[in-house]
Design a protein around this ligand. Structure first.
Ligand code: NI
Length: 193
């Protein structure tokens, strides 16, 4: 078991385009994924990309427990089982964009409201070299876009359209409550006039 340090925003490996994996079945890729799994488990989180442990290869890993996915999407869900995606490719069947809150292990302590496509198709390879093809919506689609961005040198703050929605995790609940009360207030004013 190897728990690696997670590199933080500002580290050059997070700003470069990662290299494709030549052979998904290679033992060193299996070892890399084990390190990613151990490192993710040690800190807790729903996804990790190889550059986040300093390895500039196109490998991502994600897993979302049912209760988390249910909470994020607002509908009962069994969750997403652990998915290893090597050399992933994305395509978008819709132009619909939705805002949602994200955090990142490479940007610890912060949360931001990030616009993402509401739906996507993704493909890639697993550790046995089998092709994976999947359609995703909601939080599943968001996680895949976030992790894929790590392979093209992007962190979520660079996707944000309003940095007024970048907040400390410790203030996030206050922030949301205040936004909701302002919204309610303005609706009441709209109704009153
Ligand atoms: Ni991240």
């Amino acid at each position: 078991m190897t728990v690696c340090d997670i590199v933080k925003m500002g580290n050059p490996v997070l700003t470069h385009v990662a290299d494709p994996v030549a052979d998904p079945k290679a033992p060193e890729i299996r070892d890399l994924v084990e390190d990613m799994r151990d490192s993710l488990a040690a800190v807790g989180g729903v996804g990790l990309a190889a550059p986040q442990i300093g390895v500039p290869l196109r490998v991502i890993l994600f897993e979302v427990p049912g209760d988390r996915l249910t909470q994020e999407d607002g509908e009962e869900s069994v969750g997403i089982q652990e998915t290893v995606l090597i050399n992933p490719e994305l395509s978008f069947p819709t132009n619909e964009i939705v805002n949602g809150w994200e955090g990142c292990l490479s940007v610890p302590g912060w949360r931001g409201l990030v616009p993402r496509y509401s739906e996507l198709f993704y493909s890639g390879y697993d550790l046995q070299g089998n092709k994976i093809e999947c359609q995703a919506t909601g939080f599943h689609a968001r996680v895949v876009q976030h992790e894929y961005d790590h392979l093209i040198g992007r962190l979520y703050p660079t996707r944000m359209t309003d940095l007024g929605n970048l907040v400390y995790e410790s203030e996030w609940k206050n922030f949301i409550e205040d936004q909701q009360s302002r919204k309610t207030e303005s609706q009441e004013n709209d109704n009153g006039h």
